[in-house]
Design a protein around this ligand. Structure first.
Ligand SMILES: C[S@@+](CC[C@H](N)C(=O)[O-])C[C@H]1O[C@@H](n2cnc3c(N)ncnc32)[C@H](O)[C@@H]1O
Length: 397
């Protein structure tokens, strides 16, 4: 028996696609666990693993990537707040807003959601937040709610002094926010995930789908579709935006954030709501088809094709545009995003590199590249890129 049997088990149990972090990485963590258990043969270890829930947990804890921080991709939280103040509070002021954060890792994401919702004007009694992760170790840390400086990145850290108290062991989150989040141990790769829960109005599912293979991605999207209300909003990470093209979710794009809304039964794929890039979420009329016939620019048309899920068409248009505009940073970024959506990660990396070569301070391209490197298991390059982004944030501050 070889390490590939371990890879297959991890895929079956938690959806982890070895290609997303590299087969070498999985072999390394299995070797680490074998050493910790003093087991020398892989076949004996895999047998032991099958019988020992505690060993599964230990393996999961070292194979997962729990990287997260408060207000990661801050524009997403700005859009959430905009939606609450301009739509939710006007239409459903009395209803409790149900929110799901999965995977929540060590809690920074669901706590950021709680802070964002309070600051958007919702009262704590009108907010219900469930936060799920497969790692019990992460959940324990989340429930402890004491964080070190790595959980605070970027330049907008005002919330830190408002909601955290510095202590000897780290920054302790105020009880008011801590008590707003219910942490649940769960596995999103399970088709019966949260089967008994009522649907959620908002779902954050960021930085997990990229670790799943196509079959698990599709299964997970069906699970999310079951778990979200009609008109509910789904947020994924920048790097995952392409994964939801051609699904039963409508996409809205605002600046660099794409938000998804479940399509009602009457709508078909070809009726997807489509808003041009600069359309504001706040003024987006619901269930209305907007045909974007104002595209004058080839690059905008390429972007529009990408947003509709016509990836081949987007590539063609983008290439045509690049033939005439070889120095267009935005075109390289778009090509990178589309290649990534098509699963061509290596090509995506090359396009993001070209964009950064032309504009070394392009934060979106740097972020895409950092996430791709992280997902390819190249932690050293990813860290260098994160440091570069942090320096840019500090300069902007
Ligand atoms: C990179 S973190 C993402 C955290 C947060 N959503 C964010 O974007 O900052 C990935 C998390 O996914 C969790 N995870 C991995 N596989 C999972 C699964 N099958 N079900 C639930 N959580 C899972 C890991 O434990 C890890 O904490």
């Amino acid at each position: 028996m070889t390490y590939s049997a371990g890879e297959a088990l991890l895929k079956e149990k938690i959806g982890l696609d070895a290609n997303s972090i590299g087969a070498g990485a999985i072999a390394n963590v299995i070797a680490q666990r074998m050493a910790a258990c003093k087991i020398t043969h892989i076949s004996s270890y895999l047998e032991y693993l099958q019988q020992s829930p505690a060993e599964w947990e230990a393996l999961i804890d070292i194979v997962i990537v729990p990287e997260t921080w408060f207000f990661r991709e801050p524009e997403t939280f700005a859009i959430l707040q905009q939606y609450i103040s301009s739509q939710w509070l006007l239409k459903q002021p009395q209803r409790v807003l149900r929110v799901l954060s999965v995977p929540c890792a060590t809690g920074e994401e669901p706590y950021s959601i709680a802070i964002a919702l309070l600051e958007a004007g919702l009262s704590a009694t009108k907010i219900h937040i469930d936060a799920v992760d497969i790692s019990k170790q992460c959940l324990l840390k989340a429930q402890r709610a004491i964080y070190d400086r790595y959980s605070f990145r970027g330049n907008s850290l005002d919330f830190q002094w408002r909601y955290f108290q510095p202590t000897e062991s780290g920054y302790r989150l105020r009880e008011q926010i801590k008590s707003m989040v219910n942490f649940i141990h769960g596995n999103l790769a399970d088709p019966n995930f949260l089967i008994d829960q009522p649907p959620y109005d908002i779902i954050f599912c960021r930085n997990l789908l990229i670790y799943f293979d196509q079959a698990f991605k599709e299964q997970t999207l069906r699970v999310l579709e079951r778990l979200i209300t009609i008109d509910g909003l789904l947020f994924v990470a920048h790097a995952e935006a392409g994964l939801l093209l051609q699904t039963k979710f409508n996409s809205w794009r605002k600046s660099s954030v794409i938000t998804y809304q479940k399509m009602s039964k009457q709508q078909s794929l070809k009726d997807k709501i489509y808003l041009p890039i600069k359309e504001s979420l706040a003024v987006a009329p619901q269930n209305k088809i907007i045909v974007n016939d104002l595209q004058t620019n080839l690059l905008e048309t390429a972007q529009a094709a990408a947003d509709r899920g016509c990836l081949d068409e987007a590539v063609k248009l983008c290439r045509k545009y690049l033939n005439e505009n070889q120095m267009s940073v935005e075109a390289y970024v778009l090509m990178g995003e589309v290649q990534q959506a098509m699963g061509n990660n290596e090509q995506a990396v090359q396009y993001f590199h070209k964009a950064i070569y032309l504009q070394p301070t392009h934060k979106e391209a740097l972020t895409h590249l950092a996430l791709l490197k992280e997902h390819q298991g190249d932690v050293a390059s990813a860290n260098l890129l994160w440091q570069r982004i942090q320096r840019l944030d500090q300069k902007e501050a």
